[in-house]
Ligand binder design. Structure first.
Ligand SMILES: Nc1ncnc2c1ncn2[C@@H]1O[C@H](COP(=O)(O)OP(=O)(O)OP(=O)(O)O)[C@@H](O)[C@H]1O
Length: 251
């Protein structure tokens, strides 16, 4: 079942000035429920612009972005904020936890904003504490824990609303390779349970944990590859080869 449809999506920044930048030229693809997709491309290719549109933080200049039957262009600012809180989970490179709140309260925050009951908060946090192995740090503060632990808290915060779509922007960008692998294992576990994930990354090692990689070049989809039966290493090599071709400018 399709969860996200992007249809001839275009985005031009400062369209009325001589400095107009066409960040997305024509992006068309679908994502099915339960997919785990990474998005790669060189700096300036349009990855963040694309993620911002899917995240309802920005609107396309033309074309459609439809998430679970909701045309994202039709949401005003308030509705977009509500939509984000209800349907999307976010994981960032720098964790974006609030230092003044305990880890537990950081995780509760999206449910607090959604005015959920305390009962629901307690019920939903329990399995996450277990799955993400954060019981020892749950009542400490983000400043007192390691980067990998902060990212696990951030993942719990993203998952507690049971989002339709988990959006991750360089989720391993601030972590060493061991910790990155632990975080990516958690993503794979969540995906195996049905969580749909879109992840933007510069790292082929990180992308190799996804099941499908989309490559963007100059605001357009350049290529896509599926992991299929490939090992992590084989898939990473294939991703690297595509990035080399993309960078060289071959078609
Ligand atoms: N707010 C903005 N105003 C004007 N131009 C912008 C804005 N944001 C991005 N751009 C331009 O749009 C193009 C795509 O940028 P974008 O940030 O989406 O690329 P990216 O692939 O995410 O790059 P990176 O990997 O470096 O984060 C670039 O040419 C960039 O300079």
């Amino acid at each position: 079942m399709k969860i996200l449809t992007l249809n001839d999506l275009k985005k031009t920044y400062d369209s009325n000035s001589k400095n107009a930048v066409q960040a997305l030229k024509s992006i068309t693809f679908d994502i099915n429920s339960g997919e785990y997709v990474s998005i790669m491309g060189e700096s300036g290719a349009g990855k963040s612009t694309l993620l911002d549109i899917i995240a309802t933080l920005d609107k396309p200049t033309s074309g459609q972005a439809i998430l679970n039957n909701q045309n994202l262009s039709n949401l005003n600012k308030n509705d977009a904020a509500k939509y984000r809180r209800k349907h999307l989970g976010f994981v960032f490179q720098n964790f974006n936890l609030l230092d003044s709140l305990s880890n537990r309260d950081n995780i509760y925050l999206p449910l607090v904003l959604n005015k959920s009951s305390v009962h629901m908060m307690e019920e939903r946090i329990e399995p996450l504490i277990d799955q993400l192995n954060i019981s020892k740090i749950i009542d400490r503060y983000p400043n007192d824990i390691s980067g990998g632990q902060q990212q696990r808290v951030a993942i719990a915060r993203a998952l507690i609303t049971h989002p339709d779509l988990l959006l991750a922007d360089e989720p391993t960008g601030s972590l060493d390779s061991n910790t990155s692998n632990q975080i990516l294992k958690l993503f794979s576990n969540e995906n195996a349970k049905g969580q749909t994930i879109i992840m933007v990354t510069h790292s082929s090692a990180t992308a190799s944990h996804s099941k499908r990689t989309l490559f963007i070049k100059d605001g357009k989809i350049y290529h896509e590859i599926y992991r299929g039966d490939l090992s992590l290493e084989e898939y990473q090599n294939k991703i690297n080869d595509t990035m080399i071709t993309l960078t060289r400018g071959d078609n």
